[in-house]
Design a protein around this ligand. Structure first.
Ligand SMILES: [Zn+2]
Ligand SMILES: [Zn+2]
Ligand SMILES: [Zn+2]
Ligand SMILES: [Zn+2]
Ligand SMILES: [Zn+2]
Ligand SMILES: [Zn+2]
Ligand SMILES: [Zn+2]
Ligand SMILES: [Zn+2]
Length: 258
């Protein structure tokens, strides 16, 4: 039996008919495929072609391993975080594992959601620590990155609503990137909110803030998002400020002129 080395497996593989094992990819027995007598890897030629020829979530070529090789970059799937209980795929370049489920149904390699960010965001499928530019909480893997603006987001945070109405406060509340210095307590759970984290705030009640998670709970928010900042509230706010500015300007000029 002639054996051949392929980029998708560490050991040389033989092409043969095999009924003893089920295919690593389709889980069916029978037919011809590639077999490894060192780790008992076996896969239909067509199944291997199909799963490895279309680009992987990280755009690199992957290796297929049986469970015996576990320990390569941990024992979880990099994307869904499930334990690897079956044969798995590994990217040597990114040093990540993924299971068959995530290879077949990978996270989107780019997301365009202009409502929250005007540019295309690209998945960086790595173990990498980053501060999310929507919620300000540290992420540990797979940020979606805008290379134009140098911003990184948790996947879920790309879709965070901007302006919502909640049932325990009379005014609409708006999401801000971070709260700023202060001793903030959440108006819903009464727990502390870190001043460097994103939160919802009320334009009319400047001392109030709400955790993103608390304000978006099913029993607090009806799931509806408002397109823009609440209009009258903003206009009131701007009018107040412009009056103040005019007063401030005149006093400044008096000091600077002589
Ligand atoms: Zn198969
Ligand atoms: Zn092998
Ligand atoms: Zn997975
Ligand atoms: Zn990769
Ligand atoms: Zn986030
Ligand atoms: Zn951008
Ligand atoms: Zn809260
Ligand atoms: Zn309010």
């Amino acid at each position: 039996m002639t054996e051949k080395k392929f980029p998708f497996h560490d050991h040389p593989l033989a092409y043969e008919k095999l009924d003893r094992f089920s295919c690593i990819l389709c889980k069916k027995k029978g037919g011809f495929g590639y077999f490894c007598d060192k780790c008992y890897f076996w896969g239909h030629k067509e199944c291997i072609k199909r799963s490895l020829l279309h680009p992987s979530p990280c755009k690199h070529s992957l290796k297929i391993y049986t469970l015996e090789a576990l320990g390569y970059a941990g024992d979880h799937c990099h994307f869904c975080r499930d334990y690897l209980l079956d044969d798995f795929f590994h990217c040597l370049i990114c040093n990540i594992n993924m299971d068959l489920k995530c290879l077949k149904d990978p996270p989107p390699s780019s997301i365009y959601h202009p409502k929250n960010h005007m540019h295309m965001l690209t998945l960086l499928p790595r173990v990498v620590t980053f501060t999310c530019n929507a919620c300000s909480v540290e992420g540990k893997r797979n940020p979606y990155v805008c290379l134009e603006c140098n911003l990184m987001f948790h996947k879920d945070c790309i879709y965070l609503p901007r302006v919502i109405s909640i049932n325990c406060h009379d005014h609409r509340i708006s999401r801000i990137f971070h709260l700023g210095l202060g001793d903030w307590k959440c108006g819903i759970c009464r727990q502390k909110i870190s001043c460097s984290h994103g939160a919802f705030t009320c334009l009319r009640c400047p001392s109030l803030a709400f955790h993103l998670k608390c304000a978006m709970k099913d029993d607090v928010w009806d799931g509806k998002e408002f397109e823009a900042e609440p209009k009258e509230e903003l206009e009131d706010e701007l009018e107040d400020d412009s009056e103040k500015e005019i007063e401030d300007d005149s006093s400044e000029e008096e000091i600077e002129e002589p």
